[in-house]
Design a protein around this ligand. Structure first.
Ligand SMILES: CC(=O)N[C@@H](Cc1ccc2ccccc2c1)C(=O)O
Ligand SMILES: [Mg+2]
Length: 368
């Protein structure tokens, strides 16, 4: 297909409650959306980068800039574009995986809508709904944390994930474990907040029967995760470190991780995400779908990915109302702790363009 225009939308989505992690506190998600017009129809993609480079080196304005000045020209110059060609087409631009992923999602959406194929079918889904977990931020108090967690348990979530950091780890984990009982699925995510010196400290988490401990150390510090994995019982899961299938294989083969959080935005798109899924499956490594507070646009595509065979653990594919009172698509509603995989062409959801316009933080930018 021929890409005729790309429009960049910056949208401000107020969060239903603040989301605090070891790297900051968000009350609004500023999200960059890519709207693609081609000769065979339209597609939408969602960039997972945050407003600031606090979680990753990529951020909204950086992604918008590299799309406008370096990636979009490659798309406009190509006589015929398919999602499968994008890795080669975008090769002249090094890195910028979240920016590339947003464009790949939009190209996939347009391509698949035109051919009447769903994301789930194209990616190789084997399930019609996916088990959902929820990511719980750092709270002002233990009592507020327990109230929030109870709300998610009542909503039916099949797994609880707690953000931790030095000074907020054992006590909240122990109190939530007491609340949930010994058999409930519970895990933690440190977002790189610890160092190798904390290994003895972290080994005390083994008493809490956790499914995994996610990304305790710096994303480039594979070696310390190897040392930790040899020192504790709790499985080590990597998130920020896993930027490509090559790094995934290296980390697995070195014993740094035995469970992988796959985020299409972090790895350059849905096709690289499937490659990581396949590599993990070939090595007996279970994977789950991470979340970046996506709107229904990215959420629809993530739910389709989470239906692939190797996604055997509940992901952060939570319902729309975990983050937003109103979504940019029809809302994703939890049913018995699961979300249904969209079946329509492309992402299968309809973008509420009137909301994109109303919540736009600045006029959209049209690229041709
Ligand atoms: C659901 C979840 O915990 N997501 C990330 C952390 C995260 C949370 C909030 C974010 C807001 C803006 C940009 C990036 C963000 C990343 C994680 O798994 O590590
Ligand atoms: Mg994480």
């Amino acid at each position: 297909m021929k890409v005729e225009s790309i429009t960049l939308h910056r949208v401000g989505m107020p969060l239903v409650r603040p989301f605090e992690t070891s790297f900051g506190r968000e009350t609004e998600r500023v999200v960059l959306l890519v709207h693609l017009v081609t000769d065979v129809g339209e597609g939408w993609g969602e960039c997972v980068a945050g407003k600031t480079p606090g979680y990753s080196s990529e951020y909204v304005e950086g992604c918008a800039h590299v799309i406008e000045h370096h990636l979009a020209p490659l798309l406009f110059r190509a006589p015929h574009v398919r999602a499968a060609d994008l890795e080669r087409l975008f090769a002249p631009v090094v890195g910028h995986r979240m920016a590339k992923a947003a464009l790949e999602a939009a190209v996939l959406d347009a391509e698949l809508r035109a051919s009447g194929i769903s994301f789930a079918h194209y990616l190789g889904a084997v399930r019609t709904e996916v088990d959902c977990g929820v990511s719980v931020g750092i709270s002002p108090s233990i009592d507020e944390l327990l109230t929030e967690v109870q709300g998610y348990v009542d909503a039916g979530y099949r797994r609880i994930k707690l953000k931790i950091k030095p000074g907020w780890d054992f006590e909240p984990v122990r109190r939530v474990r007491d609340l949930l009982g010994p058999d409930a699925a519970l895990q933690v995510d440190a977002n790189t907040a610890y160092t190798r010196e904390d290994i003895a400290h972290l080994s005390r988490l083994d008493d809490s029967g956790l499914l995994l401990i996610e990304q305790p150390f710096d994303e480039e510090d594979i070696a310390s995760h190897v040392v930790l994995a040899q020192a504790i019982e709790t499985p080590v899961c990597l998130d920020e470190s896993i930027v490509s299938v090559g790094v995934a294989i290296d980390a697995i083969d070195r014993g740094a991780t035995s469970i992988v959080n796959i985020k299409p935005g972090r790895v350059g798109g849905y096709l690289p995400a499937v490659a990581i899924h396949d590599a993990c499956r070939a090595r007996g490594i279970p994977v789950w779908c991470g979340g970046m507070l996506e709107t229904g646009i990215g959420r629809a595509m993530n739910v389709a990915l989470a239906a692939l065979p190797g996604f055997t653990l509940p992901g952060d594919t939570s319902a729309s109302d975990r983050y937003y009172a109103e979504d940019l698509t029809e809302p994703f509603v939890l049913d018995d702790g699961r979300l249904a995989v969209p079946t329509g062409p492309g992402s299968g959801v309809t973008v509420r363009t009137e909301l994109v316009r109303e919540w736009g933080l600045q006029p959209p930018v049209l690229l041709t």
